[in-house]
Each structure stands twice: as structure tokens, then as C-alpha cells.
Design a protein around this ligand. Sequence first.
Ligand code: GLU
Length: 504
Amino acid sequence: MNQKIRVRFAPSPTGPLHIGGVRTALFNYLFAKKHNGDFVLRIEDTDQNRYVEGAEEYIIEALNWCGIPFDEGPGKEGSVGPYRQSERKHLYKNYALELIDKGHAYYAFDTPEKLDFHRKDHEAKGKTFIYNWHNRLKLNNSLTLSEDEVKDKIDAGQDFVIRFKSPQDETLILNDLIRGEIKIDTNILDDKILFKSDGMPTYHLANIVDDHLMQISHVIRGEEWLPSLALHQLLYNAFGWNAPQFAHLPLIMKPVGKGKLSKRDGEKGGFPVFPLSWNESQGYREAGYFPEAVVNFLALLGWNPGTEQEIFNLNDLVEAFSLDRVNKSGARFDPEKTKWYNHQYLQKTNDVELAELFQKQFATKLGPDNSQLDKTLIEKVVSLIKERANFVSDFWGLSSYFFEAPSSFNEKMVRKQWKEGTPALMQSVASIFDNCDDFSSARVEQQVKNWITEQELSFGKVMGPLRLIIVGDMKGPHLFDILELIGKKESLARIETAITSLSN
Ligand code: GLU
């Protein structure tokens, strides 16, 4: 390929970006980087009625958080900007007029009331009204009016639209890099509106003009745009431009049932569908996901590497990605798998970094970052418990007993573990502890085990209640590691307290 690879992500700022949109951006990014190409962000904001304040900033922040930055876009001007369609408004009208000149488009003056009348009239007869070859010669447009009549209406300030004149009786052969060849009978297409008298182009016109002017080589977008492909191809043909290549990505499907993953699915299932929080909807960032985990699970929604490999960092993805391995069928979203991914990335993050995140998130419990609390203690705790955690937010629940004595004991476990002879056994354990000058895990373990063997006791009878005393429950990592970290004094104090409170 000698043409430079240039792709674009072209969201409309009508609200927060759904993770499906992030996946589209990611696939564009991966494809661009794989081929040393450019990744462009274009904001498609021609529909001012649907414009939502803050949505553009949200999109940019989400891409940055995911670590998939664009090369050109708003705030990163390249040679084909501006990158907001509202700032390119002046460009589109001439292209619409060019199509009229070439006989591929026409002015239409039909009022909304008139169109509504035709729609209802057709419905009553069990038919569907489509504005196209079928009836355009019976409607109020420049195909039926004289040139003077048209001019008069425009001069008089009458509202108009410019419609594409879709061809009759043709078979279009479209090509999609994921779906292969698609045949379309042009008779089913309607004459879509390209431009309105308020001076604004519609999505279709602006999108094609900009992809052309921005020298886009590949259009990679969601499957919901597949029905527009025929019109887009016809527009390229009408202008006499080479069309980019197209790839329509499969939908992201609900965890159960049929259909596209929606905001409601997230609300029902208690999982995010947005990268960042938006109003009351929690985002992946705020739910405690690592961006690397999000990127990794998104990459495997609709694409597969052809191997069993599941863990990919961004560089691995760039290396492995190809459109050939993008599936045609929808990709089912699995919220449990997203947690699994975060778990994997949490295990890969080093303890120093995790300890910092832990301390930041639980500053009220662990003290602020600059507190005296021993940083190495927190790091050691993290190393002992992280394999049980999916998120940093799980850390406190898994480790509070390292930092403070249990405030209560699991009652069911007390009934099971705390027997008549237990207080005496725990007293003996306390004196062993007292005699240990070296309170390291290995040393204490050796001493306790020697004593158990000498006394011909059962391990369970000693270790069970001891864990209950130290942890408050029968959970947690290797008990002697816990003892070493909380230290001799605290271990003795906990035994003391428990003997008093549990023996009553
Ligand atoms: N503005 C469209 C959207 O909101 C862009 C579709 C396309 O990529 O052509 O998704």
C-alpha cells in the first residue's frame, strides 16, 4: 500500500461515549499504529439540537485515560483541520451545490406537514412512503419545478432541503473488509437529505466531504452505520472521488438475551457501560478499573488473536491486530470477565504502586500519604492479599486486621473453634511468642510447630482459634506472615483480649 493509512474516530457529542464507542476508537487506533498511520479525532457536531455540553471534553478525556491518544483533532491541529464540523460549516454548501450541478441532487420544498400527509396516506393504503425515484416526480422539488420557480422560492426565503437523487434500477456492489461483498438494489434507497436551508449539512454529506478532505484511507466504525454504506459509496461516485475502504465492527451485545448492550443493562447488572462517570452513571475509571484492563477486554470484544492468548498490553495489541480477525457476528459482553481482566492487571502492578493506591483510597484508615505509617508494612500487606483482590477497593476488607485488632469475631467460627481447652492452649502460645526474640514468620512458625509436636496436639486445635483471634475470622493468608507483620506486642494483646471476651 503506498497511500498513507489514515483513520478517524468521528463521534457526535450527544452524550458520554459508550464503551462500544471506545472500542471503535481503539480498533481505529490499533489499525493506524500497526501501519504507521494517523489516528484522527473528528467531532461531528452538525446537529445542534442534539449537542450536549461537556460531551466533547468527555470524549477526549476518555481517550486519554484509555491511553489511545489521537494524532490530529481538536486542540491538536494538523494540516486538514479544523476538526470540529461546526467550524467547517462554510465548506459543505458548495459540495451540495456541486451535486445539484452534476444532476445527483435536487432542491426539495415539501413542507413537514405535506410529507406527513403522504406518509399517513400511504400507511392507510398499507404502503410505506419513501421519498425516492418512486414518487419524487410527483413532489415539490427542482425535478418537477422550473428553474425560475426554484429560484423564486429560494429568493423568497422558503425553507428547502437538498436531497440526494438515488439511482433507479442499479445493483450496487459494496465492499466491507469484515463482511466481504454486499449487494444492494438501489431501488430500496431513499433520497436522503444532504443539506438544509439553515446552512447545515446532514451527517451523510459532512461525513463524506470530511473523510475525503481529511484523506481518510479506512473508515472503521460500528455496524449500525452499515445501512448508510450504500449512500456513502454513491456519494463518492457522484463526486468522482475514490472511496476509502470500509470496515463495520460487530455490535457489543447484552450479557444475556438479544440486542445491543445498553445503559440499562449496566444499571440492571451493576456494571459500567461508560469509560468515565457521567452524571449518576459510574464509569470504569471510577469503578476502580485499570485503563490497561479496559483496553485489553475491549480489544477482545469482536477481535481475536487466533491463539489462546488473552492478556495483551497496548503494544502487543498493535503488533497482533488485524481487521482479518474481526468477527462478523456480535460480541457478547461478559461483566465477570471484565473483573477477571482487572484482577490480572492488579497482579501485574508492583506492590509499591499498589500500596500508594491503597493508601490514597483509604487515607482515613491508613493515614494520608505523608503519614508515619510504615510504607513497607503496607507494601508487604498488599503482597500478601492482592491475589484475592480484583480491585484496590477490595484491599481494606481483605486486610483491615493487619492494621487494627478485629472488632468482632465470626460467631459461627467461634462456636466451631473455641473449645473448653482453648484458652489454656492460647496462653501457651502467648508464652511461646513472649520467648521469641526473633518474631519472624519462619522462626515463630518453627517454635509453635515444635511445641505442638512435643505436646502431641492437633494443628487445627491450635491454629484454628489462633487465626480467629488474630483475624476475627477463618480467612486470610499464611497466619505466621500475618503475625510477623502485626508484631509481637500486638499479637500478644489480641490473644489477651480474645481470651477474656471469648471465654465469657
Ligand atoms: N458521527 C457518527 C457517529 O456518531 C460517525 C459515524 C461514522 O464513523 O461514519 O458515530
